[in-house]
Design a protein around this ligand. Sequence first.
Ligand code: AHR
Length: 495
Amino acid sequence: MKSELKISKKLIVSEIDCRIYGSFIEHLGRAVYTGIYQPDHISADEDGFRQDVIDLVKELQVPIVRYPGGNFVSGFNWEDSVGKRELRPKRLDLAWRSIETNEIGLQEFFKWTKKVNTEINMAVNLGTRGINAARNLVEYCNFEGDSYWANLRKSHGQEAPYAIKTWCLGNEMDGPWQIGAKTSEEYGRIAAETAKAMKLIDDSIELVVCGSSNSQMPTFGEWELTVLDHTYDYVDYLSLHQYYGNHSNDLPEYLASSLDMDQFITGVVAMCDAIKAKKHSKKQINLSFDEWNIWYHSNEADQAEKPWQIAPHLLEDQYNFEDALVLGCLLITLLKHADRVKIACLAQLVNVIAPIMTDEQGKAWRQTIYFPFAQVATYGRGQVLKSVVDSDFYRTKSFDEVPYIETIAVLNEAELVIFAVNRSSDEAMDFSIAFDDISVSEMIEFSQMSGFDIKAVNTLDETLIQPSASTKINLSEKSLQATLAPLSWNMIRCQ
Ligand code: AHR
């Protein structure tokens, strides 16, 4: 099988906003407690954070982390999580029916973000709370001068403002499962007024307003248009959330998940631009795909978990090789839309539907999906080039034309990087890349994940699924030919 990618530096989609390689830590399951934080663990640092997790998160190159939820935020009183630890209340977290000790709160999480070289994407509670709690939180985090909430932060040992730039106006407010769920009218109004107040305190912040919880929501479309109608002048991004899974054990269909993501993004961009036109606005609303991943393996196990535990084993999906291929396709799709998707958060980061897992007694380890994410987040920096691709197609239940190849090229001053997935289960692909006006003279790396059983997983003891170097590549002056193994994730770097 053959495919061809034509690239030109004249056809630039966009400069990549590195926040598309963001992730997410929610107070959910073992993400925080026994995930990033475990004072009695052998690798714990002076603040109780696991050094083994810090090392893996740093290696992943995650520039922004959404916090503290998710569904959790809709019942969260942020004031519970600051100040003296011994005075912090234990609360019932209704979203996940767990006990929240508040041992880790905003102060500690901020400290952790510095250790892993990232920044916070902070969500405010628009479920059980509203304008006042949100504006107080912005004042606590970002106000420099002499005011009640800023002084409280200083009295907690943080003199300089946290200077949090990116904020989410609630979470999945259309979802019936959400504490304080709202209609699009109700949410649109409260989001607009909250945004107004938050920006009056700090007009340098950027705000993400909630889109639908997923593209299958019955109110999808109507929700986006109504919410944007109310909030257009006050917000900067509209959120998208979507999780995928191989529910019917149909690999060709599962590998086409990224076509669904592509349609979802295209549809939401159109809605943003429709409201722009309606309002005769000069401003462009961009997208924050602030929850995306594969989530389905743990659904049954979660039903058996008892309520009201501290750090229960929830959403601990164990990812296999086919999940890593799908994740690679999803990453490429986000890159294809880098002109409008400026923030994206892989949901989530540690233990909860995560690339990084921890053993309470043992080490932290990398799931299969860790590898494509780490490679794209590390090397997918610079400008995305338009993919002009010639490929054969296959048909699935949901899609008439699924290209066998999913691919994208990224160019920066140092190198040209190509990411590609061969979706064919049985045929290797002769992949050629034609680069007329880009001068490339040397290979840096051709790395491939292939040849594994599609259901094989990594474990605490064995990292079976990971990339390895391939030599099946030829570079000439104007083109490059690589052999992409059947069912493979590939990264080609040249200069
Ligand atoms: O990421 C897990 C959950 O998925 C989040 O809390 C929620 O926003 C979404 O439904």
